[in-house]
Design a protein around this ligand. Sequence first.
Ligand code: SF4
Length: 444
Amino acid sequence: MTGKYYILTLGCQMNKNDSERIKTILNNMDFLETEDYKESDIYIINTCSVRQTAEDRVIGIVKNLNEIKKKNKNFLVIITGCMPGRDKDLKEYKKFHKNVVDLYIPINEIYKIPELVKKYYKNIKYTINYTDYLDLEATREESFRAFVPIINGCNNFCSYCAVPYARGREKSRNFKSVINEVADLKKRDYKEITLLGQNVNSFNPIDLNECKSGDNPYNHPFACLLWEINKIGIPRIYFISSHPKDMSDEVIDALKLENMGNYIHLAMQSGSNSILKAMNRKYKIEDYLDRIDKIRRIRPEIAIGTDIIVGFPGESEEDFKETCNIYKKVKFDISYTAIYSDRSGTVASKMPENIKISSKKKKERRNILQKIMEDITLEKNQKYLNKKVSVLVDGKEGEYLKGNSEELKIVKFKGDDKLIGEIVDVYINKVQTWNLYGVLIKDN
Ligand code: SF4
């Protein structure tokens, strides 16, 4: 063993999956992962830029590392993830991080890690070759469920979002590379995959035509991918995030394929057309509702989740009411509701102060929407009562095994630990807002 490394991952599933790829690099250099950062020789922070608070947290973490740095001159601190791509802000952060951080590496340049580490550990062997960081094999934490990135970056420039600045423009992974990874996961008996990207349905790889099977019925590249992946036979396939404007009829049609999970996430952000326009979302609420109708026509029982931002600059009481009304009309299964906060460099952050919404009002609106969501979720969950649901068991909580139904509802039941990683049927006998409880059907 050459030394030990510690990775702190902040933010979304994409970052978690990126950290699994960083582990592959460090393991290959014969470093060992440690859960105690104080005993690490390399400390990597995989950062998130979605909210200011996430970036500010990094300042505090780096400050704490100063003491270790003083004691261990070979202690390396690397910042990767979203922050290193935000050049303008990074100048500010570098002032705080002076003398502690050794390298800022945009996530798609993590190939630089071995070169840096070699300066401090002379005899390191590094044997991995790759051109696109997404082609690096992930060191997976779970042996039954995996995230598979297919695209990185975003071209959409929603007016509130820092991601296009942090991660750059969209770059699709090669079709063949995605297919190979999924086929390998199938060989290893994985039960569930989630295709990942900031905007998965604008996936457009350069090798699409040479990789697409002759009998693939679709032309839309993402629909083509779903069809090919379905053939491989992993029992549950999900994807996140998708943009409503790229949710073509073919992608919606592909939701009916045999192995597609019974859940889709489609960010609405607001129910008001004037706010959607100010957000630069490139669709009207009528278009969004049309997509939802089509999805439900293709797959009537599908669970639908969404993202909503409350308190966007200029959001009037009327705009907010429209969001609440649309929520009640669609009856989402879940919403990740965020309070708007300025992200430096974005168009929304430069909007006039006098149209910005007070923190108090934003919190009030979030609470109202939260209550609507909880009432609707509980109401919708009643349909699972006294029914059988299929569950991928992913762990234990107290006396219960727990896992996700195909609709990504959390299901708890009693059973043997050896069922972790398996898909089983559970008969539901109690429903709550966030949990369904049941009994294992014995002939699984
Ligand atoms: S689609 Fe919009 S919200 Fe999503 S990552 Fe791109 S710019 Fe950000």
